[in-house]
Design a protein around this ligand. Structure first.
Ligand code: SF4
Length: 290
């Protein structure tokens, strides 16, 4: 398969054929993110994408899941994205699901009819990096939208019939009252957006990014394991969406947590309490890859 640069995908897409339709991220200014800093954003020509699909057909034969890379495939021109989706469904008879990351700015640029047309053409799941429900935090990390626009982007995705998977970032606001407000505002936004899945990842400083450099010189406080667990606790205590598939088991997380809400809430909170009391182990910095 032909890929340009490092390829990222959500953990849940480990079985998917990764098709690079865009290179990099159309936004690429978030202060905490270093994923696509080495790539200049561009949309790959349809001819190249079709060639890749034909190669995948030869190499894999049958494909059931496809994830469209890179960081914000929804930014691609709607007509071109429809053409890619049609080509995928024509090429792979056993195809069940096509997914992609959706940046909030690109999502809001698409009309409701465009989002629906893409859904009807077989784009089924969108991953939205919400990061925080706090307007101040979103603006500080240069996400490109505030909390209200982020909510609108998520609601548009839901209303168009997608399986919406939201990611939030623990530790993005710093410690103390800022951490508490970040947790509460994030729970509030999730409750209003009503995604089907929520992944809470933990912020890990990336050298060479504005926030990573601020963390390295002590200008941005990185949460301890205890402070991070207290933030997850705030999230779990205040999220009321049901049903919700909740995961906090990414490599960046101190304590792997996973379950359905509301039925597993007490069990998950008990795990956190035990970890806070030292009765359950948490991942070391080494295990988290630091
Ligand atoms: S929109 Fe996503 S991929 Fe792009 S810079 Fe921000 S966090 Fe990174």
């Amino acid at each position: 398969m032909r890929y340009e640069g490092t390829i990222y995908r959500p953990p849940g897409e480990w079985k998917s054929y990764l098709l690079q339709v865009t290179v990099g991220c159309s936004h690429n200014t978030c202060t905490f993110c270093g994923m696509y800093k080495d790539k200049r954003y561009r949309v790959r020509p349809l001819k190249e994408i079709y060639e890749d699909i034909a190669l995948a057909r030869q190499y894999y034969g049958s494909v059931k899941r496809v994830f469209l890379c890179d960081g914000d495939a929804i930014a691609m021109d709607t007509e071109d994205l429809l053409a890619v989706l049609n080509r995928l469904w024509d090429t792979f008879p056993a195809l069940e699901r096509v997914s992609a990351y959706a940046g909030p700015v690109s999502t809001l640029r698409k009309g409701e009819e465009e989002l629906k047309a893409l859904r009807e053409a077989g784009l089924a799941r969108l991953y939205l990096g919400v990061e925080s429900g706090s307007d101040g935090v979103l603006r500080a990390v240069r996400k490109g939208v505030g909390a209200e626009e982020m909510l609108r982007a998520g609601q548009r995705i839901r209303q168009a019939g997608y399986d919406l998977w939201v990611m939030v970032l623990l530790g993005l606001a710093g410690r103390g009252e800022a951490s508490r407000e970040h947790g509460l505002a994030t729970a509030e936004l999730i409750n209003a957006m009503e995604p089907h899945h929520l992944s809470a990842l933990t912020y890990m400083p990336v050298p060479g990014t504005p926030l990573g450099d601020a963390a390295a010189c002590g200008a941005f406080p990185v949460l301890s394991s205890r402070e991070t667990l207290e933030e997850v606790q705030i999230l779990l205590e205040n999220i009321t969406v049901k049903p919700l598939h909740f995961t906090c088991d990414h490599a960046s997380n101190y304590l792997p947590l996973k379950g359905g809400l509301p039925e597993d809430r007490e069990y998950l909170l008990d795990l956190i309490h035990r970890a806070l009391n030292g009765e359950a182990g948490i991942r070391s910095e080494e295990q988290r890859g630091l």
